[in-house]
Design a protein around this ligand. Structure first.
Ligand SMILES: NC(=O)c1ccc[n+]([C@@H]2O[C@H](COP(=O)([O-])OP(=O)(O)OC[C@H]3O[C@@H](n4cnc5c(N)ncnc54)[C@H](OP(=O)(O)O)[C@@H]3O)[C@@H](O)[C@H]2O)c1
Length: 270
């Protein structure tokens, strides 16, 4: 059995790739899962050349439920033991709910919530049986309040945060840790997939991907139940707690509106 591997979904790009580099720098062998084969090969080349760790690739579309079980079975055949699971793959949709694409949103629910749940179920059982394991779930600062114009995405990340915090408590007795990483807007391809979101006020200032990955790795190793990345994001989260819920939602709606929509018009509408 090949032990000590870190499995990262969406490990070929963005936050997932930055996390892969951070794990590799610390000597962890990797399994990367993604849809885009050329990005997977590119990521493997970088990781092998720069950090000299073994990197195994699995190309699968995780919006298809059957592929989650297929990944687990494939790893058993390859005799690779996953000691750290990183549920990172995810995407958002952007726009008024009555106009956004339902099919995309159903895929989002499958990837951001069902896949995270399914992967965690399969791998955590083995970790618990061994008495050791770590799980890092990529949530978001979106997890802390509802998000008008990104309603489904924000709700999906609230699920990831609550799910992770609950398991952090439950799994303590098995020697398995669970951490939710909550970055604010981060410079990746995210806004290209959530079409139009690049023009939203909230995405005008973004965190560097390396900082998000470093703090996520540290939080995981320190067994934190969750980690919010960024001073401003932490401050906003604290303010949220003191404000009436309706006001928080209205402010988030403004932050998610496009920069070319004057705030004065939005306030009139609210
Ligand atoms: N960027 C932000 O502002 C931000 C903030 C907070 C949280 N997050 C979260 O961070 C995570 C990573 O996002 P990112 O910002 O790094 O975006 P990204 O650059 O678009 O990366 C998304 C990753 O997910 C993978 N993925 C997407 N759909 C997939 C599918 N159907 N099957 C398998 N893999 C799939 C992609 O691989 P392929 O291209 O191969 O499909 C890619 O590796 C997501 O969960 C996101 O919600 C992002």
């Amino acid at each position: 059995m090949l032990k000590g591997y870190v499995l990262i979904t969406g490990g070929n790009k963005g936050i997932g790739l930055a996390l892969a580099k951070t794990f590799a720098k610390n000597g962890h062998p990797l399994v990367l899962v993604g849809k885009d084969a050329s990005a997977l090969y590119r990521a493997r080349d970088i990781l092998k050349n720069d950090y000299h760790v073994p990197v195994s690739l699995i190309q699968r579309d995780l919006t298809k439920k059957e592929n989650v079980q297929a990944i687990y079975t494939l790893l058993q055949h390859r005799k690779i033991q996953i000691d750290i699971l990183v549920n990172n793959a995810g995407f958002g949709t952007y726009g008024p709910f009555i106009e956004t694409d339902l099919e995309k949103e159903l895929q989002l629910i499958q990837l951001n919530m069902q896949c995270v749940t399914h992967m965690t179920k399969l791998f955590s059982k083995d970790m618990a049986a061994r008495g050791y394991g770590k799980i890092l779930n990529i949530a978001s600062t979106s997890a802390f309040q509802p998000g008008p114009y990104m309603a489904v995405y924000f709700a999906s990340k609230a699920y990831v945060l609550h799910f992770s915090e609950a398991l952090h408590h439950e799994f303590n007795r098995y020697g398995v840790t669970v951490t939710a990483l909550c970055p604010g807007p981060t410079k990746t391809d995210f806004t290209e997939h959530a079409k139009g979101s690049g023009k939203a006020r909230i995405f005008q200032s973004m965190l560097p991907v390396e900082k998000v990955a470093y703090l996520g790795y540290k939080a995981l190793m320190n067994n934190q139940s969750y980690k919010v990345v960024g001073f401003k994001n932490n401050l906003l989260r604290q303010l949220n707690r003191c404000m009436p819920r309706g006001l928080t939602v209205a402010i988030t709606g403004m932050l998610l509106s496009k920069v070319d929509h004057p705030i004065s018009e939005l306030v009139k509408k609210e």
